[in-house]
Design a protein around this ligand. Structure first.
Ligand code: FES
Ligand code: FES
Length: 158
């Protein structure tokens, strides 16, 4: 199948690639670029495990084609921490025990970042609603929400 040229900026690095037209953004990130922090769960847009940020908005990358991300800025879980410091949301998930197996965690953290960047003063109800498309089969959600609320406070005060 004919491949198409795309240019993706992922976590500040630019990748000029040739990809098949039906290849998802998720597969492009994981298989072509090698960033495997973004997880593949359902592949049908229902679990949120594959969430990345595209031009500032949370996107389920299993539902977006790589060619549709041409010339866009993408942030994955690998792009959140600085060289020697976790992002406040990552730190809060660790401090509050917001994960067990961890499979859903990158999606929750990236979705939370996209939401809190736009809604720094969000209430618990608003956070719960914003994360309503992310599924966790382990934690029961309470500690995840506690982690996101804690991170929001840290981000507001930083
Ligand atoms: S793998 Fe994309 S939403 Fe589940
Ligand atoms: S921590 Fe296991 S699915 Fe969420």
């Amino acid at each position: 199948m004919k491949k198409h040229p795309v240019s993706l900026t992922v976590n500040t690095d630019t990748y000029d690639l040739l990809i098949e037209p039906r290849k998802t953004l998720l597969a492009t990130l994981r298989d072509t670029i090698g960033l495997t922090g973004t997880k593949e769960g359902c592949s049908t847009g229902d679990c949120g495990a594959c969430t990345v940020i595209v031009d500032g908005k949370a996107v389920t990358s299993c539902m977006m084609l790589g060619v549709s991300a041409n010339d866009k800025e993408i942030t994955t879980i690998e792009g959140l921490a600085s060289r020697d410091q976790l992002h406040p949301i990552q730190q809060a998930f660790m401090d509050k025990g917001g994960y067990q197996c961890g499979f859903c965690t990158p999606g929750f953290i990236v979705a939370s970042k996209a939401f809190l960047d736009e809604n720094p003063n969000a209430t618990e109800a608003e956070i719960r609603h914003a994360l309503g498309n992310n599924i966790c089969r382990c934690t029961g959600y309470t500690k995840i929400i506690e982690a996101v609320m804690s991170a929001a406070e840290v981000m507001r005060n930083s």
